[in-house]
Design a protein around this ligand. Structure first.
Ligand SMILES: Nc1ncnc2c1ncn2[C@@H]1O[C@H](COP(=O)(O)OP(=O)(O)O)[C@@H](O)[C@H]1O
Ligand SMILES: O=c1ccn([C@@H]2O[C@H](COP(=O)(O)OP(=O)(O)O)[C@@H](O)[C@H]2O)c(=O)[nH]1
Ligand SMILES: [Mg+2]
Length: 224
């Protein structure tokens, strides 16, 4: 079924469009294998650098909880460790972004394949400022997922192995695509949470406008 998707202009409110200067929205994608620590690190980045954190996996799980037909389709796909069709994912992501008045988004767990990249670029006409890649050994990711304890239907050995395969086959090529555009910022995510965050801080401190003055520090985490 075709979905009505919104253009970059439609991400802005009437007020924004009415004013002479249009708001520039900055986007950072965070990708890495399942269990590489995307959610954990995104919470810290959002808090320290003033980003709005959107986890695409959480947005999809929210749709499952809504009980919609789309939600039951998503549930089946997730259980099998596969990827949700891009038109569905991008529509839900864009809806979430539209509902938030922010100029800095940290998009966690997206894009997962080249089709995701194309759908996002085509529909939003936006590109990420850079892409943070959390590079973590597979045995460490598996250990973390098996002790995550969030009651997720996809955190079992069988589905985890399928998710690793999807990561290698579908997500790694997107990392290569962004690498060719000079947009990948890779960190060793196999270390402790604090050590990984130290490396991430260096990356996010590089752009001067990324720094949030202490008085404006507030958590804008939006885990749906
Ligand atoms: N650097 C780390 N060292 C050890 N455990 C971690 C680390 N980062 C995250 N975890 C734990 O591993 C699990 C997966 O992390 P999470 O942030 O949910 O990963 P992702 O969003 O990439 O799937 C969670 O239980 C989390 O607490
Ligand atoms: O852009 C996305 C993000 C997530 N997913 C689905 O949601 C699941 C969970 O993603 P999440 O990022 O929450 O978890 P991770 O596998 O990184 O731990 C994935 O296995 C996919 O089935 C998807 O299809 N497209
Ligand atoms: Mg996550």
């Amino acid at each position: 079924m075709p979905y009505s998707l919104l253009s970059a202009d439609e991400l802005f409110t009437e007020d924004d469009r009415g004013s002479a200067k249009q708001k520039k929205v900055k986007i950072v994608f965070v990708i890495g294998g399942p269990g590489s620590g995307k959610g954990t690190q995104c919470k810290r980045i959002a808090q320290q650098f003033g980003y709005t954190h959107l986890s695409v996996g959480e947005i999809l799980r929210q749709e499952i909880s809504s009980g919609s037909e789309t939600g039951s389709m998503i549930q089946k796909i997730m259980k099998e460790g596969k990827l949700v069709p891009s038109d569905v994912t991008v529509r839900l992501l864009q809806q979430a972004m539209q509902g938030i008045n922010s100029d800095k988004f940290l998009i966690d767990g997206f894009p997962r394949n080249e089709e995701n990249v194309k759908a996002f670029e085509d529909l939003t006409k936006m590109e990420p400022e850079f892409v943070l890649y959390l590079d973590c050994p597979q045995d460490e990711m598996e250990k973390r997922l098996l002790s995550r304890n969030e009651g997720r239907e996809d955190d079992n050995v069988e589905t985890i192995r399928k998710r690793f395969k999807v990561f290698m086959e579908s997500t790694l090529p997107t990392i290569e695509y962004y690498e060719s555009k000079g947009k990948i910022r890779k960190v060793d995510a196999g270390k402790s949470v604090d050590e990984v965050f130290e490396s991430i801080k260096v990356i996010f401190s590089q752009g001067k406008d990324n720094k949030v003055p202490p008085s404006r520090h507030k958590c804008k985490c939006l885990i749906l």
